[in-house]
Every structure is written in structure tokens, then in C-alpha cells.
Design a protein around this ligand. Structure first.
Ligand code: SAM
Ligand code: DTB
Ligand code: SF4
Length: 334
């Protein structure tokens, strides 16, 4: 029986990450089978509710106002438009709907009130509703929780050491603070990162170490491969090999056995065989739909075919319902 540990050392995680690839995949697959149904993959949909014009300088991001990327700046979408999209996502089989805004932080204004209405609306549709809106105060986290928010995405993106080479307009501690506010508001935590931004293997291990030594692991860990976008400082980064993606996924699975490990950005450059390796290693979620937030994603039909070929079935929503309940019971999260 594998125990859930929060006392991993960097050396232990590094040893796992650097183990022979077939051993690593086998171990990831084994832990995966102990905690999850390996045939199940959760299908999620992303919607960019507020696109572009962001004041931050994240070097990977096509939505930062300071880079010339061709992303058109748009104001916050209307509530009804968002609810229509959510309904379509549900009808096409998604069980989690994530709304993203190109904001540095949430401000207490009419736009936030609209987002609260969007959250209320989507949560009544029976999907897991997630938001990614930048930094939050404890009070804003509470308001989102009261509106019915199930999960909040806020990625660490990379290691603490590499962070200031990627982003200068906020700190790693800012990121951790928001994650704490989310946890305290009893919202499910979604936090992961991106590989392929010039980081070392040690940086990848460092990021996983930060996540895996949190008092409570994030319930959801997205692993993104950089989608290099013309006009961003990282436009010329070489593509990461599939083996690096597999290493990252298997290590995340082994050190955070219960988490949903999400094969996120970068699938558009992977074939079915490569994605199969990721599922084998422990990934159990994808984003479906022709676009992620602003960049392309595999066609819905191609994903349907992949599910058939790999005998995968979409996972139902709220299978971690009991986890959400447990969150209420943790005194330190009060
Ligand atoms: N503005 C909010 C924030 O930064 O937290 C929410 C939206 S932001 C676009 C959400 C996440 O998308 C980022 O944390 C990053 O991990 C991921 N992302 C953005 N651009 C990406 C890219 N080109 N390739 C891979 N992942 C990317
Ligand atoms: C995450 O880790 N990946 C998703 C979701 N969380 C919000 C976003 C990927 C965005 C890729 C770049 C784009 O499409 O703009
Ligand atoms: Fe803004 Fe988020 Fe993009 Fe950074 S990742 S530039 S905060 S939208």
C-alpha cells in the first residue's frame, strides 16, 4: 500500500525523476492503478473569458500586453455567452469547465461580480467549475467559494530558483500566498507548471518538491509542455521530448498519488502513441476543444478516436466529492 507523503526530500524526488525511463513509467503506472481507474480520463474544457492585454510579463504567455503576439484584446465576456459555452462543453462530454482571465489579480469591481455570476451558473449545471484569474485575496477566495467554485487553478509554473528568469512582475511567494488563500477557502487546489522553458531537470524536480511537500497536495496538477508563441521571449525554445513529459507526469503521479495529473498544453504536437505513454505513466485528464485559451488543441473528433483506440472512458464529475467533504474537516484549513 503506497502511503501519501508530504515529507519528500528533493533528493528522493530527483532519484525518481532520473530513474531509468521504463522503470519510472512502470512505477508511475503501478501507483496510478492503486489510486485510480486507469481506463478513466477526465475531459475538461477551457474558456478564455477575458483575453489578452495582461500587465504581467510571463515570458511564455501570448496574452501579456507587452509582447506582440497577434492575440486580440477582448473585454470580459457576457455571463450568458459563457453559460452557453459551458452548456455546449457539457453536452460534448466535459465534466470540468475552467474559465481563464488574463488578469494579474482579481479586483473587486463589476467584472468580478460577473465572474461570480458565471461561477454560480456553471456550478448549477453539474460540472466541476474551475477558474484561473490570477492572484486572489482571502476575501475574494471566500466569495468564489460562496458562489459555488469547485477548483482554482494557479500554477507555480517552474521552480522557485528559475521563477525570476520567466516572470519579473510577481514573486513565487505571491503565487504561494494565493494558493494558501484558495486552500483556506476550502476550494480544491489546481497547481502545476510548464516544461520546456529552459529550466534544468533540477528545476522540474524543485517545482514538484514544492507541490508534493504542501500540507495537503493539490487535488489537480497540470503538466504543460510549452506552446511557443511568436512574439513571446520563449518563441524559439526547442520542443521538449516526449520522454521528458513522461518523466514529469510519472514523477508527479508517484509523489502525489491521489492528484489528477493533467496532460495539458502541448498535446497538439503529440500523436496518439505519445499521449498513450503519458496516460500509462499516470496522466488522467485532458483539455478538449479546438483551442486551449488562445492556442490550438487537437480536434474533438481526433480525441474521440483516441479514446476509442486506447479504450479510455471519460471520467464522471465530482468523483472526488468525498475529497471536497474532507477539506471541510481539516482544522488547519479553517
Ligand atoms: N492570468 C492567470 C494566471 O497567470 O494565473 C490565469 C491565466 S494563465 C494563461 C494560466 C496558465 O496557462 C499559466 O499559469 C501557464 O501555466 C499556462 N500557459 C500560458 N501560456 C502558456 C504557453 N504558451 N504554453 C504552456 N502553458 C501556458
Ligand atoms: C493549465 O495549466 N493549462 C491551461 C489551464 N491550466 C488554464 C492553460 C494552457 C494555456 C496554453 C496557452 C494558451 O492557449 O493561451
Ligand atoms: Fe497574464 Fe496569466 Fe499570461 Fe501571466 S500567464 S501574462 S498573468 S495571462
Amino acid at each position: 500500500m503506497t502511503e501519501i507523503r508530504n515529507n519528500w526530500t528533493k533528493e528522493e524526488i530527483s532519484e525518481i525523476y532520473n530513474s531509468p525511463i521504463l522503470d519510472l513509467m512502470y512505477r508511475g503506472a503501478t501507483v496510478h492503478r492503486e489510486f485510480h481507474d486507469p481506463q478513466e480520463v477526465q475531459v475538461c474544457t477551457l474558456l478564455s473569458i477575458k483575453t489578452g492585454g495582461c500587465p504581467e510579463d510571463c515570458s511564455y504567455c501570448p496574452q501579456a500586453a507587452r509582447y506582440h503576439t497577434g492575440v486580440k484584446v477582448e473585454k470580459l465576456m457576457e455571463v450568458q455567452e459563457v453559460l452557453n459555452s459551458a452548456l455546449k462543453a457539457k453536452e460534448s462530454g466535459s465534466t470540468r469547465f475552467c474559465m481563464g482571465a488574463a488578469w494579474r489579480e482579481v479586483r473587486d469591481n463589476r467584472d468580478f461580480d460577473k465572474v461570480l455570476d458565471m461561477v454560480k451558473g456553471v456550478s448549477t449545471m453539474g460540472m466541476e467549475v474551475c477558474c484561473t484569474l490570477g492572484m486572489l485575496t482571502p476575501e475574494q477566495a471566500e466569495k468564489l467559494k460562496d458562489a459555488g467554485l469547485y477548483a482554482y487553478n494557479h500554477n507555480l509554473d517552474t521552480s522557485e530558483e528559475h521563477y525570476d528568469k520567466i516572470i519579473s512582475t510577481r514573486t513565487y511567494d505571491d503565487r504561494l500566498d494565493t494558493l494558501n488563500h484558495v486552500r483556506k477557502a476550502k476550494i480544491s487546489v489546481c497547481s502545476g507548471g510548464i516544461i520546456g522553458m529552459g529550466e534544468s531537470h533540477g528545476d522540474r524536480v524543485g517545482m514538484l518538491h514544492t507541490l508534493a511537500t504542501m500540507e495537503q497536495h493539490p487535488e489537480s496538477v497540470p503538466v504543460n509542455a510549452l506552446v511557443p508563441v511568436e512574439g513571446t521571449p520563449l518563441e524559439d525554445q526547442p520542443r521538449v521530448s516526449i520522454w521528458e513529459m513522461v518523466r514529469m507526469i510519472a514523477t508527479a503521479r508517484i509523489v502525489m498519488p491521489k492528484a489528477m495529473v493533467r496532460l495539458s498544453a502541448g498535446r497538439v504536437r503529440m500523436n496518439t502513441e505519445e499521449q498513450a505513454l503519458c496516460f500509462l505513466a499516470g496522466a488522467n485528464s485532458i483539455f478538449a476543444g479546438d483551442t486551449l485559451l488562445t492556442t490550438p488543441n487537437p480536434e474533438v473528433n481526433a480525441d474521440k478516436e483516441m479514446f476509442q483506440v486506447l479504450n479510455l472512458k471519460p471520467r464522471k464529475s465530482f468523483k472526488n466529492g468525498e475529497e471536497a467533504f474532507k477539506l471541510e474537516q481539516i482544522p488547519s484549513a479553517m
